[in-house]
Design a binder for this molecule. Sequence first.
Ligand SMILES: Nc1ncnc2c1ncn2[C@@H]1O[C@H](COP(=O)(O)OP(=O)(O)O)[C@@H](O)[C@H]1O
Ligand SMILES: [Mg+2]
Length: 339
Amino acid sequence: MGLGNTILSIEGLKVHFDTMDGTSRVLDDVELSVGEGEVVGLVGETGCGKSVTAKTILRSLPVPPGRIIDGEILFLGNNLLELSREEGHQVMSKKMSYIPQDPMTSLNPVFTVGEEMGDLIRWHGRRRVGPLEFMGLRRRHDNSLAKAVELLDRVKIPASREIIKRYPVELSGGMRQRVLIAMALIGHPSLLIADEPTTALDVTIQKGILELIEEKVKEEELSVLYITHNLGVARRLCDRIYVMYAGTIAETAKTEDLLDNPRHPYTSGLISSIPKLTGDEFKGIDGRIPDYIDPPSGCRFHPRCPEVMEICKQEKPELVKVGGGRLVACHLFSTRGES
Ligand SMILES: Nc1ncnc2c1ncn2[C@@H]1O[C@H](COP(=O)(O)OP(=O)(O)O)[C@@H](O)[C@H]1O
Ligand SMILES: [Mg+2]
């Protein structure tokens, strides 16, 4: 909550994609930070650029077709975008971890859970190793299975000794997601990035996974960037929320301030469009996320905005402080002329 140090800080991030139809200007000056021990939500409709943001941080953006046009991603003092792939991997592998959206496709089908986890436990944070060293290490420490069992116990997988012998196809979606969370916690990361980790699961299973994440965040003193399209989930989990619209940050504030007293018309629309805060997908704001090849001029939200003014069509609003640690990018709040 702005206390202590910033662990992740993104400034002016612009990401484009080269497509058959032209340049798709997806991220347009994204700004975002996560403090030490802070759980930060990134919310917005499907297609607004949440996963592109996560992938850019994690250096897993496909390049091409993706292109990082501009920006800085500072993680523990390093600008990730200036490091080579190898250096970036070194910095990140020990301290940053990831829970993917789809547990079905994120485990390798040809390995048992124990084999996959064992490899990660052995290789965690190491440089690339040659084949001989690989074989040697593989034989040498085999407390890695015991460690895998212990990790599965920590994410409350019943019969963990049996589960490590199974292949991913033999597990339910919820179990696979628990395995992936266990794997994400190997090596005690400082920052966890979770990209809609419950979206692919049944509602009752989602609940258990959320409880687990909540518990682990407390126990492991993690900083978290939690991506979701579900405001109810964000309310429950996050200290602070960023609202994203069409590749731009519309607003950020502490969770309660944002949900109880939204400032940006888009945030208000999102909140009023969900019947209850546990609801699913956003509905009800007229229109949809714009085309990124020819995005609206000025504020990208202006064609959908109930409070649109002339300036909104011409100038992109900057994120400005509006007190209480809040930032809003909307001409209703622009302090123009002050720079
Ligand atoms: N590899 C890609 N090539 C072209 N466009 C992409 C690619 N990946 C993402 N995009 C585009 O970026 C936009 C944002 O996508 P994404 O970040 O996945 O949204 P979400 O907020 O739902 O996670 C979408 O319009 C998507 O089509
Ligand atoms: Mg996504």
